[in-house]
Design a protein around this ligand. Structure first.
Ligand code: 5AD
Ligand code: SF4
Length: 441
């Protein structure tokens, strides 16, 4: 008998990609499901959805229409919808798409096998979008590494309640995994050859992990412990919040060479008025003070950020303040979007009279400036020797390898397959818009 097939689609953030990986592992272990890229041969279809912006959410319903057609030719097909849209809409998913069999949330993905079994037994669609705290991690199989880079979730959810954001409602409040659980997972991955670990959470610097002595470890302490783990050569994390970017965390950049010279620290706006309306809990000056201290602790550190353009009430003057902040900080990359009103969030009720076309023009201007800056930083790398992690064969070019620099750039260079998954030194010889070219030294 051939194995049953799983078609899994992941939308949105790294958190969702991580969850999708865990879902695939779980369904393989518990139900023997094998992944497929073809919807038509799928026995189980899973959509791991995102609702951070309206566009992401609408994509889910158009996909569900396509899947309904596939199910007509394959009546036994089971369809499960999870992630943030599922969490927010719950049973309402079934009203809009009654051909869906299971609805699960970001905190109940470990229950998918039971929910599918219950659906089969009762013939009724199953919905579980509850937040049973951290039970999820205790019920998932041990992670297995694929390659030399891996993600480890250290905390889940968010308690910041920025006025535009759905995450606290869809993923629940901040909850940290116990310190030892995280360290054991990193050590297991290191044993399997992982050299670069990315610690993952909505707000990793809000980490408060229980220690065996019953105390709490903060994020800076967690970094110290992770950096002691043999085999781990590089530590990344994403994402963090300016509000809990403590001096202890900044000092970690002095003490821990394994911590990469790259940080993702969302700012959202450069206008104090807008930051207050967003309920971010810091001013532009406070943000810049963090960056100044970070750069003092780790000269040359690259800073990436998230920016929302066109928040309700954002004036030309507010936007200019964001542009000024961009100049002051010299961001290396940004994930920037036009504000998207999300149902149930406080900002969705604010008056907003800026036309979309104006917001879009602002976004394009902002992105162009940040791209120019990123290109300048790349050009500054020309001729320098970078320590890189070799990820695998390059997407293009025979005999070429692809690697990641400390500051998160992809560099392609000719080299032997034997150094895949190893650290290597590469001289940067070419700069392209999105990648670099180099030679092994
Ligand atoms: N509209 C636009 N962007 C948003 N983000 C979060 N909520 C919204 C929204 N309603 C962005 C923020 C956040 C990133 C993950 O998504 O910049 O940092
Ligand atoms: Fe959303 Fe703000 Fe929490 Fe980030 S910090 S997940 S933007 S509520």
């Amino acid at each position: 008998m051939t194995a049953k097939k799983l078609y899994l689609r992941s939308f949105g953030c790294q958190m969702n990609d991580y969850d999708s990986g865990r879902i695939a592992d779980l369904l393989e272990e518990r139900m023997g499901l094998e992944k497929t890229e073809s919807l038509d041969e799928a026995d189980v279809v899973i959509l791991n959805t995102c609702s951070i912006r309206e566009k992401a959410q609408e994509k889910v319903f158009s996909d569900l229409g396509r899947i309904r057609e596939a199910k007509k030719c394959h009546p036994g097909m089971m369809i499960a919808v999870g992630g943030c849209v599922a969490s927010q809409e719950g049973k309402k998913i079934l009203d809009r798409a009654p051909w869906v069999d299971v609805v699960f949330g970001p905190q109940t993905l470990h229950r998918i096998p039971e929910l599918l079994a219950e659906r089969e037994k009762t013939g009724r669609a199953q919905v579980d979008v509850s937040f049973p705290e951290i039970e999820k991690f205790d019920s998932l199989p041990a992670p297995h590494a694929s390659g030399a880079a891996a993600f480890v979730s250290i905390m889940e959810g968010c308690s910041k309640y920025c006025t535009y954001c759905v995450v606290p409602y869809t993923r629940g409040e901040e909850i940290s995994r116990p310190l030892v659980d995280v360290l054991v997972e990193v050590a297991q991955l290191a044993d399997q050859g992982v050299k670069e670990v990315t610690l993952l959470g909505q707000n990793v610097n809000a980490y408060r992990g229980r220690t065996p002595a019953g105390d709490e470890a903060d994020f800076a302490l967690l970094l110290e412990y992770v950096s002691e783990i043999e085999g781990i050569e590089r530590i990344r994390y994403t994402t963090s919040h300016p509000r809990e970017f403590t001096q202890r965390l900044i000092d970690a950049y002095r003490k821990l060479p394994k911590l990469v010279s790259h940080v993702h620290l969302p700012v959202q706006s450069g206008s104090d008025r807008i930051l207050a309306a967003m309920k971010r809990g810091y001013t532009a000056l406070e943000y810049k003070s963090i960056i100044r201290r970070l750069k003092a602790a780790r000269p040359g550190i690259a800073v990436a950020t998230d920016i929302i353009v066109g928040f309700p009430g954002e004036t030309e003057d507010d936007f200019e303040r964001t542009m000024t902040l961009i100049e002051d900080v010299g961001f290396d990359a940004s994930f920037s979007f036009v504000y998207s009103p999300r149902p149930g969030t406080p900002a969705a009720r604010l008056p907003d009279d800026t036309p979309y076309s104006v917001k879009l023009a602002r976004l394009q201007r902002l992105q162009k400036r940040i791209d120019e800056n990123a290109a300048e930083i790349s050009r500054g790398m020309l001729g320098k020797i970078e320590r890189v992690l070799v990820l695998g064969p390059a997407k293009r070019g025979e005999g070429e390898l692809m690697a990641r620099t400390d500051n998160n750039r992809i560099v392609n260079f000719p080299g032997p397959a034997s150094i895949i998954n190893q650290m290597a030194n590469v001289r940067i010889t070419e700069v392209f818009p999105h990648t670099l070219g180099g030679e092994l030294v």
